[in-house]
Ligand binder design. Structure first.
Ligand code: F6P
Length: 518
């Protein structure tokens, strides 16, 4: 295993630098003193331009962080991921989502022996999945695509289908059902007809309680409503094809145990995206991600955008002590992006032990939250501007829009710029209520247009950033043991809600069970 960031000699130097310089850094002064600050802290990566200059760091902090990343042998961890080594140590698996975007026939130095064959399987499955997507697109009888999945089997496809609405095939509606709360499925079933529906049951394991419960109810509804031909109207996306077959689902697209759930939208799990934007669009989506993979894999750390973002994240979390990062996409169609990023970051790095199970002495993943701008401005930006705690903020803007309504887009972009400016500059006032302290940070990510390729690149950027901070913290970013306990306890509590047996429960849970039964 590589050294952890707190074991690197730069750790203490970063602490000292924060005490000496970082604590007192004033962004307004930093810009005044350094005419090249914007040029230094901004960069173009594939499809994504990033301005990191309005952040509470200086060149020395960045240089020390880069040195620390080298001391932690980040490049070798990165190469191990791309090569298919079993970096998911607790589950003994590779984390090879990058292979899903790798063009056919490409070999990388150090590839594990299974990778070449795996890449052939990736492309065979991709071709079959895209041919199916095209057939569905051409099938005028199918009007409603109902995707049933949860977590990584929902958040990615849901987010991407909404994001790429401008590319969506007309005449088909897309529904996403994830919650075990029957209200969600019921309202979708009320709006579709069995002969017009294609149900996509997406589950890596094909055992997840929520998805199986929703799939069972959808199947029962389909039969009760006179639906015929389950094989035509139900398709399964899973790494457990045998289990899907037990359900009578014979149209299945598989993937592999080395694709983590929250990294799976590039696999067969992306079928709803492929139906929405077509085979060519989906290939563009993969190509955008691959371009970012190549950037991450080959660029020196100092010019490597996922690395720079991750170092900033680590600086904020471990030295400045910021507890959260607000995600503000200034694009209404990126509404599901904060939820998607929450799983990516918090399920990957929301951990308190390292690879060897040792308790970490430092903080790890921040809390991620957010909403599209400009809506967020009228809800929680008050806290960003004047709350007692400083939060990290990531603004995402898109230069071009896909609508013809005059005036809207300029005002949207102006609002994004203005928020970043206001947070940094602040405004002095004698009246405490009207005083804006300023010196509040923001990062600004910019796409020229929201396209399949730029979305692919943006998501790969976020994946690699999470990988980088996870590697430096010494975390296994690819397991998720923390979701298990609640699942097990729910299995125990469900029969108790029926029987009323509260024996052995704590007083609060027992009291609530009794309330729920009254
Ligand atoms: O919440 C835990 C989790 O395992 C996620 O990591 C995963 O994305 C989700 O459940 C869904 O799992 P599956 O695709 O197996 O249904």
């Amino acid at each position: 295993m590589h050294p952890r960031c707190d074991e690197a000699p730069q750790w203490a130097r970063l602490q000292a630098h924060y005490q000496a310089q970082g604590r007192g850094l004033d962004l307004r002064r930093a810009f005044a003193e350094d005419a090249a600050r914007f040029a230094h802290f901004s960069q173009q990566a594939p499809h994504v331009f990033a301005d990191l200059s309005k952040n509470l760091w200086d060149r020395q902090a960045e240089a020390l962080l880069l040195e620390m990343a080298r001391a932690c042998e980040l490049e070798s961890s990165r190469d191990a991921m791309f090569a298919g080594q079993a970096i998911n140590s607790t589950e003994g698996r590779a984390a090879l989502h990058t292979l899903l975007r790798r063009p056919p026939g490409v070999a990388l130095p150090g590839d594990e022996p299974f990778v070449a064959q795996a890449l052939r399987e990736v492309h065979a499955t991709l071709d079959a999945m895209l041919a199916f997507a095209e057939a569905v697109r051409a099938d005028g009888q199918i009007t409603d695509i109902v995707s049933i999945g949860i977590g990584g089997s929902d958040l990615g496809p849901h987010m991407a289908v909404r994001a790429l609405e401008a590319y969506q095939i007309p005449g088909k509606r897309f529904h996403f059902v994830s919650n075990i709360d029957g209200h969600e499925l019921a309202s979708v079933l009320n709006s579709v007809r069995p002969e017009g529906a294609l149900f996509i049951v997406a589950s890596k394991t094909f055992t997840t309680l929520e998805t199986m419960t929703n799939a069972r109810s959808a199947l029962d509804w389909f039969v009760a409503e006179g639906g015929r031909d389950v094989a035509r109207h139900f398709v399964a996306l899973t790494a457990n094809v045998a289990k899907a077959a037990e359900w009578g689902m014979t149209t299945t697209f598989g993937f592999w145990d080395w694709v983590g759930g929250r990294y799976s939208l590039w696999s067969a799990i992306g079928l709803p995206i492929a139906i929405a934007i077509g085979a060519a669009g989906f290939r563009d989506f993969l190509a955008g991600a691959h371009a970012m993979d190549e950037h991450f894999r080959t660029q020196p750390l100092a010019h490597n955008l996922p690395v720079r973002l991750a170092l900033l994240d680590l600086w904020y979390r471990n030295f400045v002590g910021l507890p959260s990062r607000c995600i503000a996409p200034y694009h209404a169609r990126l509404q599901r992006l904060p939820a998607y990023l929450q799983q990516l970051e918090m399920e990957s790095n929301g951990k308190r032990v390292d690879h060897e199970g040792r308790t970490l002495p430092m903080a790890t993943a921040p809390v991620l939250w957010g909403e599209p701008g400009s809506n967020g401005q009228h809800a929680f930006f008050q806290l960003l501007h004047q709350g007692p705690d400083v939060q990290a903020l990531e603004i995402l803007a898109v230069r071009d829009c896909a609508h013809g309504l005059r005036g809207h887009h300029e005002m949207l972009l102006a609002s994004a710029l203005a928020q970043a400016q206001a947070l940094m500059q602040g405004r002095a006032s004698d009246c405490g209520h009207r005083h804006f302290p300023g010196n509040r940070p923001s990062s600004f990510l910019l796409l020229n247009a929201l396209t399949p390729a730029s979305l692919g690149a943006l998501l790969a950027l976020q994946e690699h950033r999470v990988f980088t901070s996870g590697s430096l913290w010494g975390i296994n970013s690819f397991d998720q043991w923390g979701v298990e306990l609640g699942k097990q306890l729910a299995q125990d509590l469900q029969p108790r809600l029926q029987s009323g047996d509260v024996s052995g429960l704590d007083a609060s849970t027992a009291g609530l069970v009794q309330r729920l039964r009254s």
